[in-house]
Design a protein around this ligand. Structure first.
Ligand code: HEM
Length: 537
């Protein structure tokens, strides 16, 4: 029916749908006024001037002028898809989270993959970390696992995040590089941050140039908690294991692909899903308790460390399938807002200082990126379970509650009084104890920066080690300041002499003395069976 309104109001929530395939529906302005001429501005006489009363032109240009929103301050370039998660088993012995206790129930999911450093228009195959952000629309609210494809991070404390990102992104005077890490500011910063060495090994490895999003792992990185209905808490690390396997490309391949098709990763996901080849990942969990945590030669609150799978095996507990591309890239992929703080009952945080900082940062940044506090009203961000809060007003408020009550407690009774707390099923923070004086100094348990970097290097095959050395030579050869290279080589000597020699040779440099290591060995932490496994391989 060409006279039918193009935007169709669906449901009581007043949600508006507008599609381009409404079959020749009549064009209107945003106010619904039918449009007769969309080709010409209104003018006086045959050749102008244009008239200000042309409300259709005014609306069209006004809207176009405001199409852009700020790109994400990190992970600006991303690509998303819909799908579902289903648990394999009931994990009630570990958590009361609905998503992990209802095997076979399909929970809608949205995933956004991204690069970190590059701007929105940068190329897909940069040597970079990849974001792997998952939103599960569970029956008890949205659960976001905002992870990366590398299990460790560059820094231990959120205080350093702005510095890390400033150093990694384009340099402020020249506005480049847009996508890659090969520049003085990045390597200068890294050379002062021995805690970054483990992650540097991963980013110089083949992991940092995945063949496609479909062939990457995902990691929650931080230690989280799982909590049962009875309040029993365990520590947990989250993993996504790709059923497709793990594949990367070499640097020369990446450079060629970037030149030929900078959208290669986007196109790959689009093609796979649209041809019915749905990528799938298994959710893995590493679960351990306080006692095991204390036996590790590193701190489980230190995000620059992983927990070796030999020490705590990964248990596969569910699967994530991506089976539908978005209808609209901007509405969904650009406007989706992930937040580490979005956890349902049964999942909780650890005291990892990086995680704690993130829990503050995401909401804060999204207020400016998405134009105010009401971005949960956008369909991609709204929960798919019933939701009732007294939050109201603000720019673009679209789901203000009806009725009189907008506060509680109130005496308006169970019908008119609005939502009530649920002491039984509501989210309760795990009552972990904390003590000690206020201090900024980092714990001594965060001080070993090289052991896991070395472990990662030696775990690689001969070919992979050569790729790492080549990557370091390439990257550092782009660095113009000799002292930065020297400082890096000094760190590499603490990682592995073979790596340091290969890189030194590639750069034509003599090796400096090793960097003073804050604590290089594992000896001054309590010994345990876990520790001895790690020490003896
Ligand atoms: C995005 C902050 C560490 C994964 C972002 C954004 C901010 C941010 C401000 C942009 C969000 C938006 O505009 O919607 C931080 C801070 C960190 C930190 C302050 C450390 C203190 C990490 C770590 C990981 C990570 C360790 C991985 C485990 C992501 C991902 C995105 C993201 C995947 C993109 C989300 C999307 O696809 O929309 N982060 N981040 N971040 N961050 Fe972090």
């Amino acid at each position: 029916d060409p006279t039918a309104p193009q935007g169709t109001r669906a449901g009581e929530g007043g949600e508006l749908h507008q599609t381009v395939d409404d079959g020749g529906a009549r064009m209107t302005t945003q106010q619904g006024i039918p449009v007769a001429d969309d080709q010409n501005t209104l003018r006086q006489g045959a050749r102008g001037p244009a008239l200000m009363e042309d409300f259709h032109f005014r609306e069209k240009i006004f809207h176009f002028d405001h199409e852009r929103i700020p790109e994400r301050v990190v992970h600006a370039r991303g690509y998303g898809a819909h799908g579902f998660f289903e648990a394999y088993e009931d994990l009630s012995d570990l958590t009361c989270a609905h998503a992990l206790t209802h095997p076979g129930e399909r929970i809608p999911a949205f995933v956004r993959f991204s690069t970190v450093a590059g701007n929105k228009g940068s190329a897909d195959l940069a040597r970079d970390v990849r974001g792997f952000a998952v939103k599960l629309y569970t029956a008890e609210g949205n659960w976001d696992i905002v992870g990366n494809n590398i299990p460790v991070f560059f820094i231990q404390d959120a205080m350093k995040f702005p510095d890390l990102i400033h150093a990694a992104k384009q340099e402020p005077d020249r506005g480049f590089p847009q996508a890659q890490t090969a520049h003085d500011n990045f390597w200068d910063f890294i050379s002062w941050m021995p805690e970054a060495m483990n992650m540097v090994m991963w980013t110089m490895s083949d992991r940092a140039i995945p063949r496609s999003f479909r062939f990457m792992e995902g990691f929650g990185v931080h230690t989280f908690r799982l909590v049962t209905a009875e309040g029993k808490s365990s520590f947990v690390k989250f993993h996504w294991k790709p059923k497709q396997g793990l594949q990367s490309v070499t640097w020369p391949e990446a450079v060629t692909i970037n030149g030929a098709d900078p959208d290669f990763h986007r196109r790959d996901l689009w093609d796979a899903i649209n041809s019915g080849d749905f990528p799938e990942w298994e959710l893995g969990i590493q679960v351990f308790d306080e006692e095991v945590a204390e036996g590790f030669p590193f701190d489980i609150l230190d995000a620059t460390k992983l927990i070796p799978e030999e020490l705590v095996p990964v248990r596969r507990v569910g699967r994530l399938v991506l089976d539908r591309m978005v209808d609209n890239f901007f509405a969904e992929t650009e406007q989706v807002a992930f937040h580490t703080g979005n956890v349902p009952p049964g999942v909780d945080f650890s005291d990892d200082p990086l995680l704690q900082g993130r829990n503050f940062s995401y909401l804060d940044t999204q207020i400016s990126r998405l134009g105010g506090p009401n971005f949960t009203h956008l369909p991609i961000n709204a929960p798919k379970c019933p939701f009732h809060s007294f939050q109201q007003d603000g720019h673009m408020a679209m789901t203000n509650p009806k009725g009189r009550a907008n506060y509680e407690p109130n005496g308006w009774g169970s019908k008119a009084g609005g939502p009530r707390e649920d002491p039984e099923r509501g989210f309760r923070s795990h009552p972990a104890e904390a003590q000690g004086p206020r201090r900024r100094a980092r714990s001594e348990t965060f001080a070993d920066h090289y052991s896991q970097a070395r472990q990662f290097y030696v775990s690689q095959t001969e070919v992979e080690r050569r790729h790492m050395a080549d990557a370091l030579v390439f990257e550092l050869s782009k660095v113009e300041t000799p002292q930065i290279r020297t400082r890096l080589l000094a760190h590499l000597r603490n990682v592995h002499e073979d790596l340091a020699s290969a890189v030194g040779e590639g750069l034509g440099m003599d090796l400096p003395d090793p960097a003073p290591a804050a604590r290089e060995t594992l000896t001054d932490l309590p010994s345990s069976s876990a520790l001895s496994i790690l020490k003896n391989g």
